[in-house]
Design a protein around this ligand. Sequence first.
Ligand code: G
Ligand code: G
Ligand code: MN
Ligand code: NA
Length: 256
Amino acid sequence: MDDEIALARAITDEQLVLHYQPIIALDTGRPVGAEALVRWHRPGHGMQAPDRFIPMAEESGLIVDLGRWVLHQACRDAAGWPHQAPIMADASVSVNVSARQLTHPRFLADLQTALAETGLAPERLILEITETALISEPEAAMETLHAVRACGVQLALDDFGTGYSSLSYVQKLPATILKIDKSFVDPISGPGAGTALSEVVVKLAEAIGMRTVAEGVESPEQATALRLLGCHRGQGYTWSRPVPNAELREVAMRLA
Ligand code: G
Ligand code: G
Ligand code: MN
Ligand code: NA
């Protein structure tokens, strides 16, 4: 309970901060976007990673307010990228959205407010959703996802392969991007080595017309192997850790 009160306060008292992890086009090796990942500068506790407080936020319902803050801040930061570095002019920003946030009655209004107030082009925003998140209220979620697409915002299916949803359900989702979970990338040691599962996922995505982003890419060998499989984009420590918005320009210039 004390933790909940502290988190509620963190949202209003500007203790939350977004870090950004660049997403790289595997064919050119250049950054084309970044994923927003929230951190909590909790007084007396140092910097808290999201797995320390997102589950609590989901259980308590605070995720609705927290998610609204994240969405707004991410749109505001991304609206400023074209002025930070020319290479970031068209870069997209990916924002994680929890089920409870997505199915909240105010979600669409909040999304439209964030876009209108920050001036971010809807095409530059990608919402990341997980399979497990969609299972609790599949119909409500599906309706909202179609409305999100109608706004011009893109959708990515996060952590693909770790959930329980059927392929037919995945195919029905109006998502255009599939994020290949790190657990499929980990076994890759080079082209053709340990690539069996990631190859299946890339082929599956191709078959249903989705673009792919590999997560947790930690070596140049993995990046090469994924590019040769036809994976479009990658994200991981081999390029950059998540960094504060103010450092994104420097990272983007290094990768350009
Ligand atoms: O940043 P880190 O690598 O520790 O992220 C851990 C987990 O927290 C990831 O699964 C990510 O999806 C989740 N996460 C990070 N930021 C957000 C956020 O703003 N909202 C939600 N719902 N989840 C987030
Ligand atoms: O939203 P999602 O669950 O995909 O969040 C991505 C998580 O993976 C974040 O916690 C991020 O900090 C982490 N991450 C990103 N790149 C790497 C990587 O190359 N290696 C490892 N171990 N973790 C990573
Ligand atoms: Mn994600
Ligand atoms: Na993921």
